[in-house]
Design a protein around this ligand. Structure first.
Ligand code: F6R
Length: 611
C-alpha cells in the first residue's frame, strides 16, 4: 500500500526522501512523487511506474529544498498515472496520503460548488483543497489542518507542507500508521515522518508513533502532538531495532528468495522464543489472556496467507488442545455480526499488524467483550498495541510482497500456542509435550533439508511456467497448504491456480483434469497419506499430470505415473511448516522463469491498510 515520507531537514532532502521511498517499495506501489519547498514555493516531481522513473525526473530537474514530502502510491481512486500520483497541491498546500477518504465525493461536490477546480481523479486531492480553503478563510496552516481533519471519513494517514512555511511539516493519522522520527548526531534537529520505522531506519532509530486520531506539528523547535479532540498530548519516544535490519538482497536475486532461505533461522528464533529448549517444554513469553482450561471456543480471523496459517492452526488447536475453533477471513468476519459470548478469545494473525479488515475484526471482537490475542510480526503495529496480548513472530522485516518467512513463523508460533493450550486444558501430558516439542525443534533443520531440494523444484518450475492452470490438492493441514500454494502461484506468476481438499476433487474440479493440467499434491506421511494417494488414482485415470510433494520415494507407491519433489522423513505433527517451503519455491521459480517481478507483483500491496 501507499508509503509516506516527510523530512524537515538541515540540507537538501529530496535524495533522502527518495532513499526512504525505496525502503517502502516492498509495500507495493504503481507511481511516486516528491514535493519540496524551493525558496518558499512548492515544487514537485511525479512519475508513473517504478521509482527509477521518479529518479530520472529528479535527475532532469533536481529539487534542493530542505523540507519535503514523498509518496509511493498504490492506486485506489484513479488510475496509476503521473497526474494521479501524490503529492497533490492546491493553493498553499501539498499533501501525501495513505488510505481512503470515504466521503471524498461529497467534499469534492461541496468544494466544486465553491469554485475549486480539481486536476486529478483521486480522493486525496480533496484534502489539499479542504485545507487550503480553511487557510483562505483566515486560519493558520496548523489550525486549518486541525479544522479539516474531523471532516474526513475513512482510514488514512496524511503529511502536509505549505507554501511560505519553511519550518512546518504536519502529519495526521486515522486508521493508517504514521511515525515521527527524531534526528540525532549530525542529524540533530531534523524531524521525519514515515509510514513505518523501516522507511526512516537509515535516518534515525528514535521514534514516536501517532495514536488513532492524532496529528503532529513538526517545526525545528520539536514535535507537538494533538489528540483527536485537538488537545496537546505526549507520545512516548521509543528506540526501534528496525535500523539493525539491513534491507538488502544479499546474494539473492530477489527479497523473496532471500526470505525463503532465511526460514531455518527465523523459524528457529520464533520457536526459541516460545519453547524452553533445554527442558523440552513449551514456555510462552507472555501470559494467555484467558483461562485456557475453561475457554469454550477460539475465534480466528486473518487475511490472505495469514488466514491460511490460521486454517492450518485450526487442525492443531482442535487435535492437540481439543479446543473448538471458528475461523473466517477478516473481510467477512468484520461484517458478519457474529454473536460472541463474553469471555471468549479472538485470535488475529497478521504479518504487518496493520491490515484494515483484520484490525476491524479486532475492534469488533473487543466491542463484543472478547479478549484479543494477536500474532504479529511488527511489534510496534496497531494490532500489537490494541491487543490484550501480542505474540510476536520474529521473522524480521518481510520485504517481498508475497509472504513466505512470516507464514512459517506464524505457523511455528501457532503450533506453540496450540501446545500451550493443550497443556493448560490437560489434553497434553508431559510425555506428549516432550514428543511434540521435539517434533517442533526438528522443524528448522528439516526446512534447511527441504531447501536443498531447490534444484528439483527449479527443473519442475521451468515446465510449470508453460501451464495455463494448476491444481493444488491436500488433506488435513495440507489442504490449507494447497490453498496457499495456489495463492502464491497466482500472485507472483499470474498463472491461474486453485487449491482443493483432495477429497473434494470428485465433487467438481475433476472436470478440469486432462493431460495439460499439472496437479500438485501435498502429501506428507500423515494419517491421511493413503487417502490422498487413492484420490490421485482419480487424477491418473484421467491422464492428469501428477506432481507429488512427499517423502522421497513415495511416488513409487502411487501405482501411476508421477513426478516427485522428495522431502525428508519427519514426524507428521507439524510437517505443514516444512512442506510450506517447496510450495513457496515452486511459485518463486515459476515466476522467475516467466520473467515476472517476484518481489513486486502487479496490483499487489504488502500492507493492505484499506478495505
Ligand atoms: C500473500 C500475502 C497476503 C497477506 C495478507 C495479509 O502472499 O502476503 O495475502 O498475507 O495481505 O497481510 P498481513 O499478514 O500483513 O495482515
Amino acid at each position: 500500500m501507499c508509503g509516506i515520507v516527510g523530512i524537515l531537514g538541515s540540507e537538501p532532502v529530496a535524495g533522502n526522501i527518495l532513499e526512504a521511498l525505496k525502503r517502502l517499495e516492498y509495500r507495493g506501489y504503481d507511481s511516486a512523487g516528491i514535493a519540496t519547498l524551493e525558496n518558499g514555493r512548492i515544487a514537485r516531481r511525479r512519475a508513473a511506474g517504478k521509482l527509477k522513473n521518479l529518479e530520472a525526473a529528479l535527475d532532469a530537474e533536481p529539487l534542493f529544498g530542505h523540507l519535503g514530502i514523498g509518496h509511493t502510491r498504490w492506486a485506489t481512486h484513479g488510475r496509476p498515472t503521473a497526474d494521479n500520483a501524490h503529492p497533490h497541491l492546491n493553493g498553499q498546500v501539498a499533501v501525501v496520503h495513505n488510505g481512503i477518504i470515504e466521503n471524498f465525493r461529497a467534499l469534492r461536490d461541496e468544494l466544486e460548488a465553491k469554485g475549486h477546480k480539481f486536476t486529478s481523479e483521486t480522493d486525496t486531492e480533496v484534502v489539499a483543497h479542504l485545507v487550503d480553503d480553511a487557510i483562505k478563510s483566515g486560519l493558520s496552516p496548523s489550525d486549518a489542518v486541525a479544522a479539516s481533519l474531523p471532516r474526513l471519513k475513512g482510514a488514512f494517514a496524511l503529511a502536509f507542507i505549505f507554501e511560505g512555511e519553511e519550518d512546518l511539516l504536519i502529519g495526521a493519522r486515522q486508521g493508517a500508521p504514521l511515525v515521527v522520527g527524531f534526528g540525532a548526531g549530525e542529524r540533530a534537529g531534523e524531524l521525519y515522518l514515515g509510514s513505518d520505522a523501516l522507511a526512516l531506519a537509515p535516518l534515525t532509530d528514535e521514534l514516536a508513533y501517532l495514536e488513532e486520531g492524532d496529528h503532529v506539528v513538526l517545526t525545528r523547535q520539536g514535535a507537538k502532538f494533538y489528540d483527536e479532540s485537538n488537545q496537546p498530548v505526549a507520545r512516548k519516544r521509543i528506540r526501534t531495532a528496525a535500523s539493525a535490519f539491513l534491507i538488502d538482497k544479499g546474494n539473492y536475486r530477489h527479497f523473496m528468495a532471500k526470505e525463503i532461505h532465511e526460514q531455518p533461522e527465523v523459524v528457529a528464533r520464533t520457536l526459541a522464543h516460545c519453547l524452553d529448549l533445554a527442558a523440552g517444554t513449551v514456555a510462552l513469553p507472555f501470559e494467555l489472556p484467558v483461562d485456557a482450561a475453561s475457554l469454550p471456543r477460539l475465534t480466528i480471523a486473518a487475511c490472505g496467507t495469514a488466514f491460511m496459517a490460521g486454517l492450518v492452526s485450526r487442525y492443531w488447536f482442535e487435535r492437540i488442545a481439543k479446543l473448538p475453533v471458528e475461523i473466517e477471513v477478516a473481510s467477512e468476519f468484520r461484517y458478519r455480526e457474529a454473536p460472541m459470548e463474553k469471555g471468549g478469545l479472538m485470535l488475529l494473525i497478521s504479518q504487518s499488524g496493520e491490515t484494515a479488515d483484520t484490525l476491524a475484526s479486532l475492534r469488533y471482537a473487543k466491542k463484543c467483550g472478547q479478549k484479543v490475542l494477536s500474532v504479529v510480526n511488527v511489534a510496534t503495529s496497531t494490532m500489537a498495541r490494541e491487543s490484550d496480548v501480542a505474540a510476536l513472530t520474529l521473522a524480521g522485516p518481510e520485504i517481498g510482497v508475497a509472504s513466505t518467512k512470516a507464514f512459517t513463523c506464524q505457523l511455528a508460533l501457532l503450533a506453540c500456542l496450540a501446545l500451550a493450550f493443550g497443556k493448560a486444558r490437560g489434553t497434553v501430558d508431559a510425555k506428549e509435550e516432550a514428543r511434540l516439542v521435539a517434533a517442533l525443534m526438528a522443524v528448522p533443520g528439516l526446512i534447511a533439508e527441504a531447501l536443498k531440494r531447490e534444484a528439483a523444484v527449479e527443473t519442475l518450475s521451468r515446465d510449470l511456467a508453460k501451464a495455463r492452470d494448476v491444481l493444488y490438492l491436500g488433506r488435513g493441514t495440507s489442504y490449507p497448504l494447497a490453498l496457499e500454494g495456489a495463492l502464491k502461484l497466482k500472485e507472483i506468476s499470474y498463472i491461474h491456480a486453485e487449491g482443493y481438499a483432495a477429497g473434494e476433487l470428485k465433487h467438481g474440479p475433476i472436470a478440469l483434469v486432462d493431460s495439460d493440467l499439472p496437479v500438485i499434491v501435498i502429501a506428507p506421511r500423515d494419517k491421511v497419506f493413503e487417502k490422498t494417494l487413492s484420490n490421485l488414482q482419480e487424477v491418473a485415470a484421467r491422464n492428469g499430470r501428477i506432481i507429488l510433494i512427499s517423502e522421497t520415494g513415495a511416488v513409487d507407491h502411487l501405482g501411476a505415473e508421477g513426478e516427485e519433489i522428495g522431502m525428508p522423513e519427519m514426524a507428521p505433527d507439524f510437517s505443514a511448516i516444512v512442506y510450506a517451503v517447496p510450495v513457496q519455491l515452486i511459485a518463486y521459480h515459476t515466476a522467475v522463469f516467466m520473467g515476472k517481478d517476484a518481489d513486486q507483483p502487479r496490483n499487489l500491496a504488502k500492507s493492505v491498510t484499506v478495505e
